[in-house]
Design a protein around this ligand. Structure first.
Ligand SMILES: C=CC1=C(C)c2cc3[nH]c(cc4nc(cc5[nH]c(cc1n2)c(C)c5CCC(=O)O)C(CCC(=O)O)=C4C)c(C)c3C=C
Ligand SMILES: [Fe+2]
Ligand SMILES: [Fe+2]
Length: 348
């Protein structure tokens, strides 16, 4: 029989004097996305990039070799360039990635939260950190916590870094909560359904018929794929399932990879090179979709919707539109509710 649990707050009944006050019996659901700088200024971006790019899951080079390069040329020049890019997408409420992730957690909590279940969010890098939110959930009485990385496709660079940091946070705790990690959802019917519906709705709203849909995923170094990271296959499966769902002809949707970093080869074909080449091949009307991102962020709003558009139009494209991510739509919250049910099974 499934244990239902009981919320207990304060001194347990029949406990001897001096027994510490305890709060227990609740379940936490922690939604985690990548993270973003606290501001667009040089210092904030530098602090964020330093934490992000020091993660051995992101850069698989010995720190003895990598740290001098990172702390030297990269963190001298990149924060200014990235800060300028962040300025173009920043909102009154802050970074879009943070704003949407916070709203997703609040909306999901309003829908499924209860005296027993608390939904919250954290960021892998920057604020609010995973450790601070695991501590906060524990303090609220959550002795079981399901951590859900908000990446549909699994990659060691992203999903594993979320779970590494979650387990790191437990190291200093005397009374650890039970912690669960979540399976990827690149092929989950609820995700495919939500993505397909949002893309087809976007296409129907346009005043042109796209000749191709570019499914542009964040890239990873090719070497990580060769060492066994399943991300590439997960991306291709998402594209195939969405194409099948929408009855698209073979080749109408293309899988490409964006956001290269550093001099090594990354997964191909590259989004930027593809956008530059398509007009010459006679493809002048394109819709871009970002299936690796649940929420709009720097990579969708600046790299694709601004930089990508400019290079496509300069190369001879005539029509270009970007489908928004699921963000804080009802579809996003429906999807999160389905994923929460899957990950909390047996606990709630
Ligand atoms: C080696 C470097 C990087 C790897 C590997 C990588 C993988 C990866 N990243 C995302 C999602 C996001 N990345 C974002 C920004 C971003 N990514 C890198 C580098 C790597 N990412 C950098 C240096 C940056 C910062 C911006 C910049 O300086 O260009 C973001 C946006 C964050 C925001 O604040 O909006 C997201 C989201 C995935 C899914 C992924 C591998 C699958
Ligand atoms: Fe990235
Ligand atoms: Fe980028």
């Amino acid at each position: 029989m499934v244990e239902t649990g009981k919320v207990l707050e304060g001194k347990p009944p029949h406990a001897p004097d001096g027994h510490p006050s305890v709060t227990q019996g609740k379940v936490g659901l922690l939604l985690v996305n990548l993270g973003t700088p606290d501001g667009t200024d040089y210092k904030s971006v530098r602090r964020y990039l330093s934490e992000f790019l020091s993660d051995p899951r992101i850069i698989e080079v010995s720190p003895l070799i990598w740290q001098p390069i990172l702390q030297g040329p990269i963190l001298t020049f990149r924060p200014k360039k990235s800060g300028e890019a962040y300025k173009k997408i920043w909102t009154d409420e802050g970074s879009p990635l943070l704003v949407y992730t916070k709203r997703q957690a609040e909306m999901l909590n309003a829908r499924i939260g209860s005296e027993r279940l608390v939904v919250d969010f954290a960021m892998t890098y920057g604020n609010p950190s995973i450790a601070s939110k695991i501590e906060a959930l524990k303090a609220k009485g959550c002795d079981r916590i399901a951590v859900v990385a908000l990446y549909p496709q699994y990659s060691a660079t992203t999903s594993a870094s979320v779970y590494d940091r979650s387990f790191d946070a437990l190291k200093d705790m005397r009374w650890q909560p039970a912690v669960r990690t979540a399976a990827p959802f690149h092929d989950h019917p609820a995700y495919i359904e939500a993505l397909a519906a949002s893309v087809s709705e976007h296409i129907a709203s346009l005043d042109f018929e796209p000749e191709r849909v570019l499914m542009s995923y964040h890239g990873i170094p090719k070497a990580y794929f060769e060492k066994g990271d399943p991300y590439h296959c997960h991306c291709h499966k998402t594209t195939r399932l969405v194409s099948e769902k929408l009855g698209w002809a073979d080749g109408f949707a293309m899988t490409t990879f964006q956001s290269r970093f550093g001099p090594t080869e990354w997964l191909q074909p590259y989004t930027d090179k593809t956008l530059e080449a398509l007009p010459e091949q006679g493809v002048k009307k394109v819709v871009a979709v970002s299936p690796a991102f649940i929420s709009d962020c720097l990579e969708t709003l600046e790299e694709i919707a601004m930089e990508g558009r400019d290079s496509f139009m300069e190369a001879g494209g005539t029509h270009f539109s970007v489908a928004p991510c699921l963000n804080d739509s009802d579809r996003a919250i429906d999807l999160l509710e389905t994923l929460a049910a899957r990950e909390l099974a047996g606990w709630i």
